[in-house]
Every structure is written in C-alpha cells, then in structure tokens.
Design a protein around this ligand. Structure first.
Ligand code: NAD
Length: 398
C-alpha cells in the first residue's frame, strides 16, 4: 500500500504525474456514457483488439465495445506502472479502473503493456488471443507515438511535427507562458518525412494484420480500423500537408491494401476513420492545435454539435460499424466522423475568431480555460468529485 496526497506536477504545460482517483472517475464517466446507450447489438463485434488502448481514442473505443456491446477486449499500450511512491502514468491508472469495472460487470478484459512496434509484444498478443479470445472480429489501431524501433532493421525512427516543402508561420499559444505568439516552423528534411512516416504511417498496422492473418486469429468478416485526422485548411501546412499528414496518407494506402487482403482471405475490411479534433496527450503536442482546440469546442458547443472522444466512438459503432450494412465511406474510402467539425458554419466562426486572439484577450475570446481543464483532466486532475487533499492509493495494478 502506498497512500499519498497527489498534487499536479507540471514541466511547463505537461503534467508529469497522474491521479489514480481522477483517472478512475474519467473511466467511470465513459462507461456510464455507453452502457445501455448503443444500438445495433446484433451486428456488434464480439472480440476486439485495441492497439493503443490506454488513453484517448483507443481507450474510448475499448470502452464502447466492452460496455456498449459486452465484447471481450484485449488492450495493448505502453505505460509506466507505479514504483514505490512514484505514481504511474494516466494510461496505467485508466487501465486499472477499466479492469476492476470489467470484473465487477462480468466482462472479459486482458491488457498487455509494452512496445506495440516490437515482435515480442506482437507474439505475446497472439498468444493471449489464441488462448483466451480467438477469433478477433475487430482490430482498432490507435497508436500515437513519438518514436518507433523497426524490429526488422533495429533502427529507431523519430517523428517530427513540421511542414513539408516550405516554412509555415502562424499564431499559436505558447503553453508554458500562456502567450499568443507567432511561430515559424522550418520545413522537414526528406529524412524527417521518411522517419515520421515510419513511425505514424501504415507499416506497423500492416505488420499487425499480417501477423493476425498468418496466425489465423481473425474471424470471417473481420474488420480493422486506423484513426486519422484531416482538419481545416488553416492547419493543413502543419497537419494534412505536413510530416504527420504524409504518415496519414501512408495509413490510407495501407488501408487500401489491407482491405483487399482481408476481403480476399476472410471477406473482411480495413478502413481509415477520420475523427474529430479532441484534446489528448498526442494532439496537445502539435503546434497551432492548442489554439484551434481553444476555439473549436466553444463554437461547436454553442451550436449543440460538440463531441468528445466518447461521443465520437459511440457514433463510430452505432452509425458505422454496427448498422448491419456496409458503412458510408467518402470518395477516398474513409469513414468520416469529423463531419460536424468540418461544417462550413463551424469553420467560418473559428476562422473569424482566430486572428482576433491576443495574449490579453485569450481567456475572453477563446475557451483556453476549457482546453487547460480538459488537458489536466487527462491526467486525472481537476476532475469533479475528487478530493485532492485526501491521500490516494497509488500502488495499483490490474
Ligand atoms: P493518445 O496519446 O491519447 O493515445 C496513444 C495511445 O498509444 C496510448 O494508449 C499509448 O499508450 C499508446 N502507445 C504509444 N506508443 C506506444 C507503443 N510504442 N506501444 C504501445 N502503445 C503505445 O492519442 P490519441 O489522440 O487518442 O491518438 C490515437 C490515434 O487517433 C492517432 O492515430 C491519432 O492521430 C488519431 N486521431 C487523434 C485525434 C485527436 O484530436 N486527438 C483526431 C483524429 C485522429
């Protein structure tokens, strides 16, 4: 037992610790948000593998499949467990909460903590599936990682968030100082583009699916999804046309090839799902995005259109995956969950507010406070119903 008072500690804007009770509350809220609220149970997946399952879109996908439909879930992720009085990462505590609630509710849940890019973790995953939950009928690929060691070459690739071809200047919030500043990002080198594609592109997704096919662990009609983002033109130089966008285009190429392979072998499918911009540990690290995420939810709330990760995943399952017919795809074969974000009236309002924001009016013109609260909430801080003056048990494992 390690009972201790846990106060938020930050390095600059980033939280370097996490609160177990706050993380538990978050998971409880998400479970309550899907339980008994999902339609299409007769077409729902029964056995789901989520790669990148401890936070953000992956965690929400896992919760939607498990509590929305009673699916067995296996989550793979990379998190730091507690060590003595050193607290764990948020994704570890989220998973502890998920396992204890799954046990209470009689749901099968298994988790593997380690590097999803490695052969070792792929083998361990295959073993768990074979023994406990084969065949898998849905694979969600939701990794967001700054680096990847390719097991075939032992080379470590680091991803960068940079424009491609030419420098890009725009306004952003300097998160440490809370100042609105102009930032110029120099274009990536060809090597940086290739490295980012190696980390966040489709290569590792292909390796996962080839392994699952080879090991005969997939059900007839099995489907797989990887998540992507497109966003408004204002962010394209750094996102869609930047290094990360090149990786996402590679993911789309992988989806096309995997779709053909799965259709041929199992009558299955592979798609990219384009999701809405939300505050996660991964998205907050992208330049310009914090400013966008201080405006977008505010505009969408006013129009009654706002969705968080959970609402997005609810819609993914009920409107696309569990309808009993082929999901609606765009011209590039992608599922589009960003339709509300991309509505012309939403984007026009965001674009009109964008140039008005200054350091002085940041908290009046934008909802920076909401962005900050949401970000701290990811680590279990500033969560309603948690008394941060009380000691919490931090030495928790599933
Ligand atoms: P996140 O940071 O919340 O989650 C990342 C997950 O990946 C965590 O579970 C983490 O443990 C896991 N992970 C990282 N490195 C790993 C490794 N080496 N091995 C095993 N697990 C590892 O990120 P997120 O924002 O939910 O992003 C997930 C996907 O959704 C990404 O592809 C992202 O581009 C996409 N997406 C995000 C947004 C957004 O606004 N956040 C919008 C659209 C699409």
């Amino acid at each position: 037992m390690t009972l201790q008072i846990v106060k938020r500690r930050s390095r600059g804007f980033i939280c370097v610790n996490a609160h177990p009770d706050g993380c538990r509350r978050n998971v409880e809220r998400w479970v309550a948000g899907v339980k008994g609220k999902m339609s299409g149970a007769e077409n729902a997946p029964k056995s789901v593998l989520v790669i990148g399952a401890s936070t953000g879109y992956g965690l929400a996908s896992r919760i939607a499949a498990a509590w929305g439909y009673g699916a067995k879930t296996l989550g793979v992720f990379f998190e730091r467990p507690p060590e003595g009085d050193k607290v764990a990462t948020a994704g570890h505590y989220n998973t502890v909460a998920l396992h204890s609630m799954a046990k209470r509710d009689g749901l099968f849940a298994a988790s593997i903590n380690g590097d999803a890019f490695s052969d070792e973790i792929k083998r361990a995953t295959a073993e768990t599936i074979r023994k406990q939950m084969a065949p898998i009928d849905l694979v969600i690929y939701s990794l967001a990682s700054p680096k990847r060691t390719d097991p075939r070459t032992s080379k470590t690739h680091s991803s960068v968030l940079k424009p491609v071809g030419q420098a890009y200047t725009n306004r952003t919030i300097e998160l440490d100082s809370e100042k609105v500043v102009s930032v110029t990002l120099e274009p990536a080198t060809d090597i940086e583009v290739a490295d980012t594609v190696a980390v966040m592109g489709g290569d590792d997704w292909r390796l996962w699916m080839e392994m699952l096919l080879e090991e005969k662990l997939l059900a007839p009609g099995a489907r797989t999804l990887a998540y992507s983002y497109i966003g408004p033109k204002i962010t394209w130089p750094i996102y869609r046309d930047g290094t990360i966008g090149q990786a996402k285009k590679d993911l789309e190429r992988a989806a096309k090839d995997l779709d053909a392979e799965l259709a041929n072998q199992l009558g299955g499918h592979a798609w990219v799902s384009v999701n809405k911009a939300v505050v996660t540990q991964a998205s907050a690290a992208i330049p310009v995005v914090p400013l966008y995420l201080s405006l977008l939810p505010m505009v969408m709330k006013k129009k009654n259109l706002e969705e968080g990760v959970l609402e997005q995943m609810r819609r993914l399952f009920t409107d696309f995956l569990c309808t009993g017919s082929a999901p609606k795809l765009d011209e590039a074969r992608r599922l589009r969950l960003d339709d509300r974000e991309m509505r012309a009236d939403v984007q026009e309002e965001v674009a009109a507010l964008w140039p008005r924001i200054t350091t002085e009016n940041l908290r009046e013109v934008s909802d920076f406070a909401g962005f900050q609260r949401e970000f701290r909430g990811l680590f279990g801080f500033e969560v309603d119903g948690v008394d941060y003056d009380q000691p919490a048990e931090t030495d928790l494992n599933w």
